[in-house]
Design a protein around this ligand. Structure first.
Ligand code: ADP
Ligand code: MG
Length: 365
């Protein structure tokens, strides 16, 4: 068992720093949940409250339906791995990983099997006899992660556990974490600012910004049906482009083209009350359609940079005061300073109210 419920939780530091604002979510038993958002958005504060390392200013946290607000870390049966390693310097790597098992009174042989197993998964076999001080930051972080994973807790809490590892190791360890989760079936909450990590690992993603939850859903929900401009811009690499526009009708937007406007069709879903409202029209780089000839609805753009990426290339295009990116096939020949005309298919366009950032087209494709 390992459901986690967070109900209307707030964290206010020093009386006035509102780090977490009325956050509510639920993790099912055995679910892998990522909490994703930029630095300072309240991810670690949320996780530290779940871990019992930080008081809950307001609201409730429940594990398996039982309120844990007043329980100590130990009584919550959670395992943690944070960005900082908190290893015991006098102990070897082996002893650091074995520590929580010894504390529980597990027998020697069982400890040996468990430590060797997790060390293999996290590529630590070679350094088991060393002291943490002799390891790189990335290795120390893996020891900290191993110590958390070896415990078989009811809830596993990980806060940016790969941040000190280099790119290659990070990709390897990421896959191992998911594999270990699937073997142990431990409910896991994984905090990261890296959307690629969240998308690769999680069953469910919780996107936060400015202390508040923006959207909860699968990677597919976030990518195809972002509820606001923040989520739309945060998920996807390169990021979604945003063009200035105005609502013309329930299924047309006027898009700024130099000093004039062109009319683009979008999916019919915009409430009539938004007529003439200023909006941003969102289109992902892979969906931008480019033409070398002027078209009726084309937005004129100048090529600024051409980057080759194997079978594709990324164009950076200037529309006067904004720049956008388009991914085109490698055989589309174009050079810097060329003029191109851009459009997007109705099903690929997102529309966000300029003032609130809210998505105005809500139906799924
Ligand atoms: P994240 O993990 O998403 O980067 P944090 O939860 O660490 O965000 O921080 C959220 C906000 O709370 C930030 O503005 C941060 O400066 C503030 N904060 C975090 N810890 C403390 C603290 N102990 N005292 C005061 N402010 C804090
Ligand atoms: Mg943090």
């Amino acid at each position: 068992m390992g459901t986690v419920e967070v109900k209307n939780v707030w964290k206010i530091y020093d009386g006035d720093v509102v780090a977490v604002k009325d956050v509510s979510f639920r993790c099912e038993n055995e679910e892998f949940v990522a909490v994703l958002g930029p630095s300072g958005c309240g991810k670690s504060s949320t996780l530290r409250m779940l871990a019992g390392l930080e008081d809950i200013t307001k609201g409730e946290m429940l594990f398996d339906g039982k309120r844990v607000n007043d329980l100590t870390s130990r009584d919550r049966n959670v395992a943690l791995a944070f960005e900082s390693y908190a290893l015991y310097p006098p102990l070897t790597v082996y002893e650091n990983i074995a520590f929580p098992l010894r504390a529980r009174g597990m027998d020697r042989r069982q400890i040996e099997t468990k430590v060797q197993g997790i060390a293999k998964d996290l590529e630590l076999t070679e350094v088991l006899k060393r002291k943490p001080g002799k390891l790189s930051g990335g290795q120390q972080q893996r020891v900290s992660l191993a110590r958390a994973l070896v415990r078989d807790p009811s809830v596993l809490l990980l806060d940016e556990p790969l941040s000190h590892m280099d790119q290659r190791v990070r990709a390897v360890i990421r896959v191992r974490i998911r594999k270990i989760h699937d073997e142990l079936s431990t409910t896991t909450i994984y905090v990261t600012h890296d959307q690629e990590e969240a998308v690769a690992l999680a069953d469910k993603i919780i996107v936060m910004d400015l202390g508040a939850i923006q959207q909860i859903g699968t990677a597919d929900d976030m990518f195809n049906y972002p509820v606001n401009q923040f989520v739309a811009g945060f998920i996807g690499e390169p990021s979604m482009n945003f063009l200035k526009g105005k609502i013309e009708s329930t299924n047309r937007v006027a898009v700024l083209n130099g000093d004039a406007m062109v009319s683009w069709e979008v999916k019919e879903d915009i409430p009539e009350s938004y007529l003439n409202t200023d909006v941003f029209v969102g289109i992902r780089p892979e969906n931008v359609q480019v033409s070398k000839e002027p078209t009726d609805s084309g937005v004129k753009a100048i090529v600024v940079v051409v980057e080759f990426l194997g079978e594709e290339k990324t164009l950076t295009l200037s529309l006067g005061d904004i720049e956008i990116k388009a991914i085109v096939s490698a055989d589309f020949l174009t050079n810097e300073e060329d003029t191109l005309w851009l459009t997007g298919a109705p099903g690929d366009l997102h529309v966000f109210e300029k003032k609130s950032g809210e998505a105005l087209i809500k139906t799924k494709k």
